[in-house]
Design a protein around this ligand. Structure first.
Ligand code: PLP
Length: 401
């Protein structure tokens, strides 16, 4: 075995994500008489901290990104069998709420170099039953919001923005999440900002926002204190200690996002001439906030496989991953329509003819077989990123030879 030093000759840097700021607010919370969210001081502080960055009139801090999307969908009051256009590449959390509302997720293909919902594919998927589009800003790269907003306006559709991976990402200078009808965020352990598990949903629309809290608070009316739920809702509340952590994390928002933007942008630049390496494309004027850095391999140029390429990177000390999940509709759950005890009431009732075994999104499927993921975080240094880029360039040249 070769004893040569790998190009990346230092350990993968890991940030200390929580510290004195979180502890200070948590200590405050521990001296309170209640940890309940309603009018809780930590929750109120979280509203203020969030609005300073994402000025939305109505907010509800919730238990996860998944519940934030579910709340957004409940707020639309869609009917069983209504269709929502979703990208083929996303997390299950984007679609769980749709399934539970007995809606039909309609998977459409992604753009080859942004990995986001392709507006042309979305247009082609519109039917008389389409009610909404879920724009997922994958990896922190903003979707083509002008095109999606135009499409939504043209067909009277609601635009939900899933910003779980896109803290700090900007579309034409303004944070994503502020463009559509309603925005959703995640504070799970893997996101730019985290309280372990949490989420936020917000909107400026009075009709959606007026009742926003009820969807995540069992349809109780905390203002009148009258307990007479009139619609089906859940308990997706965020408690005070988690709100305290989220507030502290929001105080670090720019300090976490800025280096990621810098390192992702630098990596893109340094890989510009790597043969067969297709880096993500960011539209001019947009800010990609690099939840991670995913590039694709042009396997017509490189004489290798994704697995072999990633293994070669790891041998050079790069923390490269090649196990990103397949398009969502390929999961066994969808292939067997195994949603509710083996049944799918929406189809049993004749409200949809959707058959997920016939769905094909060629770009998402090829992306699944040729992408490599490099984690990005705020603890990296420019020197470290340069070593990673050198390793990718070296490995690419080796396989292109
Ligand atoms: C795009 C996207 N949407 C939704 C979610 C769900 O978030 P959570 O894990 O907080 O429920 C995630 C989480 O990975 C995600 O990446």
């Amino acid at each position: 075995m070769s004893q040569t030093t790998p190009i990346v000759d230092e350990p993968f840097p890991l940030p200390q994500r929580w510290g004195d700021e979180e502890i200070a607010l948590l200590s405050q919370a521990m001296r309170q008489r209640s940890l309940f969210y309603w009018q809780g001081p930590q929750t109120e502080a979280l509203y203020a901290a969030f609005r300073a960055l994402y000025p939305l009139k109505y907010l509800f801090p919730c238990s996860s990104g998944t519940s934030s999307v579910h709340i957004a969908v409940m707020a639309l009051r869609l009917k069983p069998g209504d269709e929502v256009i979703v990208p083929a590449m996303t997390d299950m959390g984007s679609v769980l709420g749709l399934l539970h509302q007995l809606l039909v997720p309609v998977f459409v293909d992604v753009e080859p170099r942004t990995y986001n919902l392709d507006p042309a594919a979305a247009r082609a998927a519109i039917t008389p039953k389409t009610r909404a589009i879920l724009a997922v800003h994958l990896c922190g790269n903003p979707c083509d919001l002008d095109a999606l907003l135009a499409l939504a306006r043209e067909h009277n559709l609601t635009l939900i923005e899933d910003c779980a991976q896109a803290w700090g990402a900007k579309y034409q200078g303004k944070h994503v999440g502020l463009f559509g009808d309603i925005g959703c965020w995640s504070f799970n352990d893997f996101k730019h900002l985290s309280c372990g598990d949490g989420g936020m949903v917000g909107t400026n629309r009075d009709d959606l926002g007026r009742d926003l809290t009820k969807w995540g608070d069992k349809c109780y009316n905390r203002i009148t204190n009258v307990r007479n739920p009139d619609e089906l809702a859940y308990n997706y509340r965020m408690s005070e200690p988690l709100s305290a952590i989220c507030t502290a994390q929001l105080g670090k928002h720019d300090a976490i996002v800025a280096p990621r933007v810098r390192f992702g942008t630098l990596l893109t630049k340094l890989l510009a001439d790597a043969p067969g390496v297709l880096t993500p494309i960011v539209r001019p004027g947009d800010t990609h906030s690099y939840y991670n850095f995913i590039f694709r391999l042009d396997l017509a140029v490189l004489k290798t496989t994704r697995r072999e390429f990633a293994a070669a990177l790891r041998a050079e000390g790069v923390n490269a991953r090649d196990e990103l999940p397949a398009p969502v509709y390929t999961y066994e759950l969808f292939q067997r329509h195994n949603f509710f005890g083996g049944r799918w009431p929406v189809r049993d009732l004749g409200l949809t003819a959707m058959d997920y075994t016939t769905v094909h999104c060629p770009v998402a499927e090829s992306y699944h077989s040729d992408n490599i993921m490099l984690p990005i975080n705020e603890a990296m240094t420019e020197g470290y990123v340069r070593k990673v880029a050198a390793a990718v360039n070296t490995v690419a040249r080796r396989f292109a030879a």
